[in-house]
Design a binder for this molecule. Sequence first.
Ligand SMILES: Cc1cc2nc3c(=O)[nH]c(=O)nc-3n(C[C@H](O)[C@H](O)[C@H](O)COP(=O)(O)OP(=O)(O)OC[C@H]3O[C@@H](n4cnc5c(N)ncnc54)[C@H](O)[C@@H]3O)c2cc1C
Length: 427
Amino acid sequence: MSEQNGTPAARRFRRSVGIIGSGVAALHLGLFLRQHGVSTTIYTDKHPDSIAKGRLLNTVVHHAPTLAREHELEIDFWLTAEIGIQEMSYHVGGPNPISFVGSFLPPSAAIDYRIYLPRLMQAFEERGGEIRMQILRIADIQLIADNHDLVVVASGRSTLGEAFPRRMDKSPYARPPRALCVGLFRGVRAEEPATVTINLEPGQGELIEIPLLSFDGLEQALLFEICPGSALIDLANVSPSSSPDLFRDVVLGALREHFPGTYERVDLSSFGLIRPLDLLQGVLTPLVREDWVRLPSGKIAVSLGDVHAAIDPMMGQGANVASHTALDLGRAILDESEYDELFAETVATARRPFVEAASDWTNMMLRRELPGHLLELLGVMPGNRALADVFTSNFGSPDRQWRAIATEDRARAFTATWADHAMSGAS
Ligand SMILES: Cc1cc2nc3c(=O)[nH]c(=O)nc-3n(C[C@H](O)[C@H](O)[C@H](O)COP(=O)(O)OP(=O)(O)OC[C@H]3O[C@@H](n4cnc5c(N)ncnc54)[C@H](O)[C@@H]3O)c2cc1C
């Protein structure tokens, strides 16, 4: 082998990576690899047109580190100056209600994935990536591995993920801890400046309001997280296509009874789903799977995104984690020359604290009763804006957030660090 052919850049051009899936995990990895000259093929069952014309997929908020990665990947097609979300407004119900506001420093942003993913698929192809449309089964992972140096499985919460064993130590829920009902609604006045509002109603569930860029500009998403057996459960069961009036009444009833701060901003004359497909109802059992498996041929397959960690949307972590770990994996692919067990373990060790922090933090928030130390911490926030800003900005850094709040001692130390910023006279 000549020296020139052995340079890192030359080796990179000879490599070939197959990625299963075309969600944010697959596309951020694929775009990163193309940016660095690696031959990359995405295998997916979804054509961009069917995503664009399909049902609401989620209501993802991208936090500042993800927006910075989009800039690095040259896919920052949407101006944060126009759609940026500046603040998060918190309301915790119960016997001692807590309300406060924190800032995202710098701002976050939310784009309808029916717009976002097709645009990224287009960019991937324009930059020399190949997309093959195929519905794959678990056995096909080996076939794809045979054609590439490395296969990455980023197929979301589909059954392909079952190729990676579930980690029982990090998957505390045997059943979904919440039912989900999320839609884009007209007739809900957005808060100013642009704000994500999170309402926690102990024992009932949560409502998260998100200003999201969709087909007609900024629209208001309402994401209901419903505890099993809660009075809100009809939200998950009543179908707006078969009973549109009943569905509207159920949503309005939930807002009136449990989330009055949002109800106050509803215009009853125009309230309703914006388009029939702007609604998603379902359940999700959070879990963490192994980082990699050895295929029958001896090659390695790496898990990424929701395949690796399916995280409940309450704390808005799944896509941000998928993007973070996609670029970490991409850098490891460039750095290493062999995609063997040592490579896979190096990737796993590097990403573990970040992924586990996002998952552990969210799983703690999903408990039927929030731990006392967390309520104590939240109770300090109304009188300490600096602390609330750090807590809010940490949505983009779950590892930092988890180090701050995981235990009673850590939460006290976190509060103490910011005690000098407490506003005098604040309750
Ligand atoms: C209501 C809601 C709100 C959310 N809010 C947030 C938020 O605010 N912030 C945040 O960070 N995260 C949020 N999430 C989570 C986030 O949406 C996911 O974590 C993220 O989109 C997962 O991306 P992924 O690429 O891993 O998987 P996916 O986006 O699910 O992509 C999987 C891909 O694999 C393809 N595929 C599946 N099966 C096959 C097969 N058999 N053959 C071929 N291809 C296949 C699919 O077509 C798809 O392209 C939210 C989720 C929901 C449901």
